[in-house]
Design a protein around this ligand. Structure first.
Ligand code: NAD
Length: 382
């Protein structure tokens, strides 16, 4: 069996799916590993390190695509690469199957089996494969570091002979995985932190990090959507959150917003007036930008200056911390590979709920019902 590690081609991507340190257990099972030259360069993994770990290095991407049985990646392959896949190859990565399922059509036509890391069920047994959580952790940290870098103020309170500097005030919207890491990082830098989330359960976690949890009376409606996620709220309930956010923004130096509802566009929670109410020099980092953004002024991927406020809408923050993001992601991928590779051979059992959950297509047939539905119009028109 040949496992291939390709150089990622998405603009701005610097992560790699497996690192040299990931290869030992795979080599011990007799798996051949081929790495495209430069695949790990931006993540601190040199070709020589992969070679030392037992991989061969190739500059022939087309050949690697045509011969690999398993291709763990970070992002989906582009359609031209998909068309070169070995028939029946297994592809793993953040494949965006629900946002861009038609972009996977070429691989499905090659008879590929596709596993999407964002669909790995977030159950206890699969925690070590939960790449959404590991990347959200990196993004939450980096959002605060970016905000601290842009802010024309200091984060910690300083008492000096020249006077006292008050601590920065940070407001985190959405206290899930990314939000909690943002809170912890801001606290470590000495900021005073407030946070808001619709899930009451988040309150205790926020307070345990030394931040203040802001409660909103949503009239006792259900805010939990199952699996620890938030439910989609009514406009009226969203408005109560928007009012709180506008009020809190007026005394915040930094806002990091992370609110998301799975499978839906990000809730628009931050009004224009909230941004305009922020102090000059304030920074807003909209981590929900890939899902459209939490702020009504957000332009995904674009940094804007609005009334002296910097609004950042990064699309791929983990790629800005490629060494550790790759380290965590590679662990997630390696643990996932452990489910489909036994004694050096592929053994895919789709009765396993983790594999069934993550499988987009198996041997050329869409498995995920939502993906199958999205692909229906394409199949019937071809
Ligand atoms: P997410 O990225 O979907 O959302 C981020 C946060 O936004 C969530 O905390 C959500 O409640 C909040 N949010 C949504 N709509 C909002 C609104 N209108 N106003 C304010 N906040 C809003 O979620 P996530 O960070 O991936 O995970 C959320 C939770 O899921 C975690 O805190 C955890 O409880 C659970 N989880 C469980 C596991 C596991 O068991 N393996 C793994 C990961 C996450």
């Amino acid at each position: 069996m040949l496992l291939g590690i390709l150089k990622e081609t998405s603009p701005g991507e610097s992560r790699v799916a497996l690192l040299p340190e990931s290869l030992k257990g795979l080599k011990a099972q007799g798996i051949d590993i081929s790495v495209e030259a430069g695949a790990g360069a931006a993540a601190g993994a040199r070709d020589a390190d992969y070679a030392e770990a037992g991989a061969t290095i190739t500059t022939n991407r087309a050949d690697l695509l045509a011969s690999a049985d398993v291709l763990p990646g970070v992002n989906a392959l582009d359609p031209a690469d998909q068309a070169r896949l070995k028939a029946g190859a297994v592809v793993i990565g953040f494949l965006k199957p629900l946002d861009a399922s038609s972009a996977l059509q070429a691989a499905i036509e090659r008879g590929a089996t596709l596993f999407s890391m964002e669909l790995v069920p977030r159950i206890t047994r699969a925690q070590s494969m939960d790449a959404l959580s590991s990347m959200a952790t990196v993004a939450g940290y980096k959002a605060i570091v970016m905000a601290a870098d842009r802010l024309p103020r200091l984060f910690p309170m300083l008492m000096t002979a020249a006077g006292t500097v008050p601590p920065a005030k940070v407001f985190v919207i959405g206290a899930g995985v990314a939000g909690l890491q943002a809170i912890a990082t801001a606290r470590r830098l000495g900021a005073v932190v407030e946070a808001y989330d619709v899930r009451a359960a988040a309150g205790e976690q926020v307070r345990s990090l030394g931040a203040k949890f802001l409660d909103v009376d949503l009239g006792g409606i259900n805010t939990e959507g199952g699996g620890g996620y938030a439910a989609e709220l009514t406009e009226e309930a969203l408005d109560r959150g928007r009012d709180l956010i506008t009020k809190t923004a007026a005394h915040s130096d930094v806002i990091v917003s992370t609110a998301q509802v799975p499978g839906r566009p990000a809730p628009r929670l931050i009004r224009r007036e909230a941004v305009e109410a922020m102090r000059p020099g304030a920074v807003l980092v909209d981590l929900a930008a890939p899902a459209g953004g939490n702020c009504e002024l957000t332009k995904p991927g674009v940094t804007q200056q609005i009334n002296g406020v910097t609004l950042l809408a990064p699309l791929n923050l983990p790629a800005e911390v490629p060494v550790d993001a790759s380290k965590l992601y590679a662990r997630n991928v390696l643990n996932f590979l452990g489910l489909i590779v036994k004694k050096g051979e592929l053994a895919i059992d789709l009765t396993d709920e983790v594999l069934a959950g993550a499988c987009v297509a198996h041997q050329g047939k869409p498995v995920n019902p939502r993906v199958a539905k999205l692909l229906e119009p394409i199949a019937s028109s071809s």
